[in-house]
Design a protein around this ligand. Structure first.
Ligand SMILES: *Cc1c(COP(=O)(O)O)cnc(C)c1O
Length: 239
């Protein structure tokens, strides 16, 4: 990877990448016996300029994901007139919850009670409830974001108590696995936690899993929101 692609590419290559990703999602749905419109595409625009977001929006993409609060706020503000849907997908620092609650429509990375209380308190009361996913750490990586699977029920209860938050489901970022069966195993285990959660909480309808390298396995296991950066925008110079 020697080439930097922080500059936005020309229009035809953006279109080609967008069509290719949508075709991969369609093919994965077909292989899994699922309806293609069940699976939503979140375009992960971290490190990409606002102009790249605007180009993809022009092609019809509405939902964009950001990992860094200030960068996301900047783009959401610059592109406010496009009325896009913004998802925060990065690790949450407690001192950044206000900006998240004020700017984003969705948060995928809620993993502890303190953050739940702060997001609820800081969500502007004239805004619709913030859509919340609980991030699950499927690999028992203690230093990484995400709760343990055992903690899901208590966090879900806490979110349900919050009038300014709506519990929508689960998100996970499993460690990269090159073996397709290993990818499937971890996503199926995640999907089992998701099914259990959905049974107990009627607002739950979203399983956020799958990235550029493993979206097929995630869709096969039941993901209905895939988060795609590289396959849409090219390689990042910085993750
Ligand atoms: C960067 C990132 C993605 C996108 O990953 P790609 O491999 O570039 O598709 C998805 N989800 C999260 C949480 C990310 O940080």
């Amino acid at each position: 990877m020697t080439q930097k692609t922080q500059q936005s590419s020309d229009h035809s290559s953006v279109l080609a990448a967008y069509e290719a990703v949508k075709a991969r999602i369609q093919a994965a749905c077909l292989a899994a016996n699922r309806a293609p419109d069940e699976v939503h595409l979140l375009a992960v625009s971290k490190t990409r300029p606002s102009q790249a977001v605007a180009e993809l929006a022009k092609l019809g993409q509405r939902a964009f994901g950001e990992n860094y609060v200030s960068e996301g706020v900047e783009k959401a503000t610059a592109l406010a007139s496009l009325q896009l849907e913004w998802h925060f997908i990065g690790p949450i620092q407690s001192n950044k919850t206000r900006a998240i609650a004020e700017t984003f429509d969705w948060v995928h990375s809620v993993d502890r009670p303190k953050v739940i209380g702060r997001l609820n308190d800081q969500r502007p009361s004239d805004a619709p409830p913030l859509n919340v996913l609980i991030q699950v750490n499927m690999d028992d990586e203690t230093q990484k974001a995400g709760c343990r699977p055992d903690d899901i029920p208590a966090l879900a209860e806490a979110i349900d108590q919050c009038p300014h938050l709506t519990l929508r489901g689960l998100m996970a970022i499993p460690q990269p696995r090159t073996d397709r069966q290993a990818q499937l195993d971890v996503f199926q285990s995640l999907a089992a936690h998701y099914q259990q959660l959905a049974k107990a909480h009627p607002t739950v309808d979203t399983l956020s899993a799958g990235m550029s390298d493993d979206l097929e396995a995630a869709i096969f296991a039941g993901a209905n929101l895939v988060r795609i950066g590289t396959a849409l925008f090219g390689p990042r110079s910085k993750a």
